[in-house]
Design a protein around this ligand. Structure first.
Ligand code: DC
Length: 231
């Protein structure tokens, strides 16, 4: 029997520190990283560009099936390349995020993206970042984490991130967007964002990034014994 490829799933809404924890773990374990939200964002972005309705499941699933998407490691992190064009920054806009959340609610789209996501699982191991990594995409993962934080704290983190990038936004608008997106992601009929029954839930509201990473590393060490961690 082929050896099991170890998987750690990290689910939860945006602004909970998932991205930071996942990059940190992928670096220390030297495992592959799947940012499934980036795939939904690329699809939302491509649909807007091609003028495809964000409610047309059939056409969007077709688009998902022919996405010419590549993730490349660069000095500044992972870049998303769509049909040869670097879309890393374009998919991080609020518009692309909202489009991602809309297309993500369609069963045809989720089915079409399943195989693309599972193909990321290769040796030596995978860190999978998303909403349904532990419930649907990798239900057999050995370690499942679900990060939460209060909506106010998540809006504040996002506000600071955008401010650092020189993007002007107002906090009340951002809070409203976050609440709307949460309601859609948690309330949808298919693969709603929720912890798997065997997930460990970590509330990061009052923790800084270092504290969350330390907590997660302890869980990794107690789950996968003798796993080498880089410094
Ligand atoms: O994590 P993110 O903000 O980049 O995700 C963008 C959107 O994609 C988010 O609104 C929810 C959706 N998504 C999803 O439905 N399932 C995933 N596994 C990842 C993201």
């Amino acid at each position: 029997m082929p050896a099991e490829i170890p998987i750690i799933t990290v689910d939860g809404p945006s602004g909970t520190g998932k991205g930071t924890v996942c990059s940190y773990l992928a670096e220390r374990l030297d495992w592959r990283l799947l940012d499934s939200g980036a795939i939904y964002r690329v699809l939302g972005h491509a649909a807007l560009q091609e003028g495809i309705s964000l409610a047309d499941g059939e056409r969007l699933a077709g688009l998902a099936g022919r996405l010419d998407l590549d993730f490349r490691q660069s000095n500044g992190g992972i870049r998303a390349i769509l049909a040869g064009v670097d879309v890393t920054d374009a998919i991080r806009t609020e518009a692309a995020g909202a489009a991602a959340s809309q297309v993500a609610a369609l069963p045809e789209v989720r089915a079409a993206l399943l195989a693309i996501q599972r193909a990321f699982c290769r040796p030596p191991g995978l860190i999978a970042d998303g909403r349904d990594m532990g419930t649907v995409v990798f239900p057999a993962a050995r370690l499942k984490l679900y990060l939460t934080a209060s909506p106010e704290e998540r809006a504040r983190r996002r506000y600071n991130q955008l401010k650092q990038k020189g993007i002007g936004v107002n906090l009340p608008d951002l809070s409203t967007d976050i609440r709307q997106r949460d309601a859609r992601d948690e309330g949808r009929a298919i693969s709603p964002s929720r912890p798997a029954p065997d997930a460990i839930v970590i509330d990061t509201t009052n923790l800084d990034a270092g504290e969350v990473c330390n907590r997660v590393v302890s869980l990794v060490q107690s789950t996968f014994h003798k796993l080498p961690l880089k410094n």
